[in-house]
Design a protein around this ligand. Structure first.
Ligand code: NAP
Length: 514
């Protein structure tokens, strides 16, 4: 499939500004062809107007058609899988095997949503039949279902060019709900975005659904995203990225005449607490697993373990020496783009300047280009608690080790943390009581609690929750991974005193019901 560098609106290549931008290979800095047109206000206007116009029709499609659409998108992505992974590799520097794995996850997500829609349970129907004899007042027949919220703006994530980008989890969840989608492609991988966008266009054609259900607008700079979030016909936003970006879009949505929900998944330091007996008994294996989790994907995961909390002493010193040895055996690898690398270097500089922080592994000097070295910093818990800097994610292969005097101080650190996607405790059976006390505090902070494993690796399933209190996300009640992610794009509607003929299918009385 040849890349055109154009937008996709109503299935057509849509011209916009003459101005173009290029992706750049982070491994060698080479500019990649073709140039991609910057979207303008007219492109966004057309995409939003067409999405709103098709919404009533799409919202009424039956489960069969939506299931077909999601399954066709999965097939189309698989059909161009080799090209997707090659282009993804050129644009992000992520190794092809990692992208192949991500593609597998992407199609799995689509098929899971297809299955969910096919099962008909996604609308969570609730039926309370009439109680005409109830005293002092009769109860009417009440039936609750969910309907799609309207056109959704999706911001592709830089760190998941397939699984959280154009045809990723947010798009799959919104389409499954019956919402048209307008994607703002991430500017670092426009070619990968265009390929995935064209796969969705083909799937819409094969399903016989209107092309207006999907649009892809591209652009470098905040203007396109701002236009999209401000557009009165857009009814919800899904975003994965920086705290600054997510917060800016959330504030923008709140300033609209009609405010809309913004489901932004942003920064998290994903604290890992290691209790003393676990540290003593499993030190070597734990050190290797920790170093692996820390450096997986060059640390560019929102679930990267950016904070380690343990009791100071010879056991912690021994553990850290083993982590250092494991990190020392690794070579620097390219980050996704130079912006992320610059943020990584600046974030480490800020962290290193905080009271009591020492460099344990890494270098004062940044590696060339997009290459990033793993970094380990240490800080006494008293300084950490006084500085209250724990909310700042340093996106990349780095971690801050907070050294506590005793368990009471570990509890203090837990209580001082801001919202997180995950929180982990490593403990032996004999430390269950302490682990329980830590988790009682940590469950108020995080959306996923982990015992004796590491936070990287997010299973896509119905029991997953990928979310957490601010600043991890802008709405801790919802997940951006797994099938419950559909709930972001549905809204409840209650039917009171309806006849069977007028009720939607999922609320119609079963045979034999009065
Ligand atoms: P980003 O800067 O937040 O950008 C994500 C998307 O949002 C891009 O399409 C960007 O488009 C748009 N955007 C950002 N700020 C905006 C604003 N104020 N108004 C309108 N649109 C806006 O994320 P990134 O480029 O992927 O990486 C940058 C940093 O984000 C990283 O260094 C890291 O700290 C963090 N990050 C965190 C996660 C996570 O999961 N927690 C994931 C990825 C990145 P334009 O650039 O074209 O404006």
């Amino acid at each position: 499939m040849r890349l055109h560098g154009l937008h996709i609106v109503a299935g057509l290549d849509s011209f916009a500004k003459q101005q173009t931008f290029h992706a750049r290979n982070p491994a060698d800095g080479e500019l990649l062809s073709p140039g991609f047109r910057e979207a303008d206000a007219a492109t966004v206007e057309r995409a939003a107007t067409l999405a709103a116009a098709v919404f009533p029709q799409f919202s009424e499609t039956g489960p069969r058609q939506r299931r077909q659409l999601l399954n066709h998108i999965a097939v189309e992505l698989e059909r161009i899988g080799v090209q997707l992974c090659e282009r993804g590799n050129q644009e992000t520097g992520l190794p092809v095997p990692r992208l192949e794995g991500e593609l597998g996850r992407t199609v799995k997500q689509l098929r899971m949503f297809a299955q969910l829609v096919g099962g008909g349970n996604e609308k969570l129907p609730v039926v309370e039949t009439a109680l005409p004899e109830r005293q002092p007042l009769p109860r009417p027949d009440l039936r609750l279902t969910q309907i799609p919220i309207g056109p959704v703006a999706v911001f592709g994530a830089g760190n998941f060019p397939l699984a959280f980008s154009v045809a990723g989890g947010d798009t799959a969840a919104a389409l499954a709900a019956g919402c048209p989608v307008i994607v703002k492609g991430h500017p670092a991988h426009p070619g990968t975005s265009e390929l995935a966008g064209r796969a969705i266009v083909s799937a819409l054609k094969k399903t016989g659904l209107p092309a207006e259900i999907f649009a892809l607008v591209q652009g470098r700079g905040h203007e396109v995203g701002r236009l999209l979030v401000s557009h009165p016909l857009v009814k919800a936003v899904a975003f994965t990225g920086s705290l600054a970006g997510g917060r800016a879009l959330f504030d923008l949505a709140g300033q609209r005449r009609e405010p809309i929900p913004v489901f932004a998944e942003m920064g998290s330091v994903n604290p890992v607490f290691i209790l003393p007996a676990a540290l003593a008994k499993t030190s070597g294996a734990l050190a290797r697993r920790y170093a692996d989790s820390l450096t997986l994907g060059v640390g560019q995961f929102c679930t990267n373990p950016g904070l380690l909390v343990a009791r100071k002493g010879p056991q912690l010193d021994g553990f850290l020496a083993q982590v250092n040895a494991a990190l020392g055996a690794m070579s620097p690898l390219p980050m996704l783009h130079i912006g992320i690398k610059d943020n990584y270097v600046a974030g480490l500089k800020t962290l290193a300047a905080l009271p009591g922080v020492d460099l344990l592994f890494g270098s004062d000097q940044p590696s060339p280009g997009c290459l990033a070295l793993p970094t380990l910093l240490v800080q006494p818990a008293a300084d950490f608690l006084a500085a209250r800097q724990a909310g700042e994610e340093v996106f990349g292969p780095s971690s801050l080790v907070v050294c506590c005097d005793d368990f009471a101080q570990m509890l203090e650190v837990a209580a001082a943390l801001p919202g997180q996607l995950t929180a982990t405790v490593h403990a032996l059976d004999e430390e269950e009581n302490q682990a329980g006390r830590l988790f009682r505090s940590l469950r108020l902070k995080a959306g996923r609690l982990i015992l004796n494993q590491f936070p990287t690796g997010v299973e896509v399933c119905a029991a997953m929750h990928h979310g957490g209190p601010y600043p991890a996300t802008t709405d801790s009640r919802f997940s951006s991974v797994g099938t419950t992610a559909i709930r972001r794009f549905l809204r409840p509607v209650c039917y009171q005193n309806f006849t069977a003929a007028l009720l939607p299918d999922e609320l119609k009385p079963e045979a034999g019901e009065d």
